[in-house]
Structures are given as structure tokens and as C-alpha cells.
Design a protein. Structure first.
Length: 94
């Protein structure tokens, strides 16, 4: 067993949270334990999807990571289907 896995899962997730999504995907492919850890971590899933979408996290948001991840997934899904919740009219002064 690697000395890295002697650390608690929370510490490993914290370390992995600094990686780029490309590197996280490489970790998933290299090691089964990493794959499971990444799949079950809301933080790592959120970081990966946030980077893929080209967004930055709002550290002042009162939402927990699981809620942020859900909202991000809903928004990305809506963009893929071109279905949006609200329609707005904007009056232009001509």
C-alpha cells in the first residue's frame, strides 16, 4: 500500500482538490482507490465540473458544495438541451 493511502480520505481529497481536472482524470484512470475517492467526493466533482464549465467558485456563497454541484449540473444540462426556466423581456430605448 502506498504511504499516501495511510493518510485519511479527507486529507487526500484536500490534496487532490488543488489539481487541474485533466490531472484528476489521470488519477482516476491510474488507480482504483483514487477513482473511488474522486467519484464519491462532492468537492472534487464540483472542482472538475467548475473547471470544465470555465467558471470560478464564489467562496462567499452560503451554499454547501453538494448544492453548488447540483446547481452547476442543472445549468450545464439546461445549456445542452437549450431549455431554460425563465424567459425575460428587455425593453430597449429607441
Amino acid at each position: 500500500m502506498s504511504p499516501l493511502f495511510a493518510l485519511s480520505p479527507e486529507v487526500i481529497v484536500h490534496i487532490l482538490s488543488f489539481l487541474h481536472y485533466v490531472d484528476l482524470n489521470a488519477c482516476r484512470r491510474v488507480n482504483h482507490a483514487f477513482n473511488l475517492l474522486i467519484q464519491h467526493s462532492f468537492l472534487l466533482q464540483y472542482n472538475m465540473q467548475l473547471q470544465l464549465a470555465g467558471y470560478e467558485d464564489n467562496p462567499h456563497s452560503p451554499l454547501v458544495i453538494a448544492d453548488k454541484l447540483r446547481l452547476l449540473q442543472e445549468q450545464e444540462s439546461a445549456w445542452c438541451r437549450l431549455q431554460f426556466d425563465k424567459a425575460s423581456s428587455i425593453r430597449l430605448p429607441f
